[in-house]
Design a protein around this ligand. Structure first.
Ligand SMILES: [Zn+2]
Ligand SMILES: [Zn+2]
Length: 236
């Protein structure tokens, strides 16, 4: 861990621990929101995988899907399969207001990012619709990006990408075509600022990759990129 202070001050964390003791979302043990035992018990997204979308693929190089319709991002990666305690952690962050679990999730993402080593110079969280952000109180992707930034030292460029309208959650879309249509024209990026480097999109979960693709497309269209993407998990 670096010496940079966390988003929550130590004193405030102690106060929160008294009122809402940390409890693992996986096994219920006290002391952590996501305990090391549960995290290591969750399947990692191990190769063989497509080098572009990181989906299971044994044929080497890129999967047929990526060859057919090349995503606008160079490569997407995620350390975990979306199951067990990892799924519970995402659920807690997204729907139960457990924003502090983002620090633990980002720690796992930071370790993975260091091993992966894409040539990125800034982090870009996937934006949330204003209405959803208001009702949740925060954008979970932004929290992950901020914690990741604290751990790996890359700046967060939060204003670069905007969401122009709300969409239904990608997980509810019927199929791949519906997911693509759902995010068509939804994202827009600000003009290129100097110096522009490679960007890393940050999100909690990758569904089909259509959202990350749409975000990357908006960034590339505005002159940014190349774009890489990192999420905490993906349905495997
Ligand atoms: Zn646990
Ligand atoms: Zn692929």
């Amino acid at each position: 861990m670096s010496g940079v202070p966390s988003l929550l001050s130590a004193a405030w964390e102690r106060t929160l621990d008294l009122v809402f003791p940390r409890r693992c979302v996986g096994c219920g043990v006290f002391g952590a929101f996501l305990c090391p035992a549960c995290l290591s018990a969750t399947p990692r997204a191990q190769p063989p995988r497509c080098r572009v979308c990181w989906n299971r693929y044994e044929g080497g190089d890129a999967c047929f899907h990526c060859l057919q319709q090349r995503p606008a991002f160079e490569a997407a990666r995620f350390p975990f399969a979306y199951e067990g305690a990892v799924r519970e952690a995402v659920h807690a962050l997204k729907y139960d207001g457990v924003s502090a679990i983002a620090a633990t999730m980002a720690e796992a993402m930071a370790g993975f990012l260091t091993a992966w080593g894409p040539p990125v110079t800034a982090l870009v969280p996937v934006p949330l619709a204003a209405r959803r952000r208001r009702s949740r109180g925060y954008n979970q992707s932004e929290l992950l990006a901020r914690e990741l930034s604290r751990l790996c030292g890359l700046p967060v460029n939060g204003g670069l990408l905007v969401r122009r309208k709300a969409t239904t959650p990608q997980a509810l879309a019927a199929d791949e075509a519906a997911r693509r249509a759902n995010v068509e024209g939804v994202f827009a990026a600000g003009p290129k600022a100097e110096p522009a480097g490679a960007l890393l999109l940050v999100d909690d979960v990758m569904t089909s990759g259509a959202t990350l693709d749409a975000c990357a497309r908006a960034l590339v269209a505005a002159g940014h990129g190349p774009v890489y993407a990192l999420t905490f998990a993906r349905e495997d």
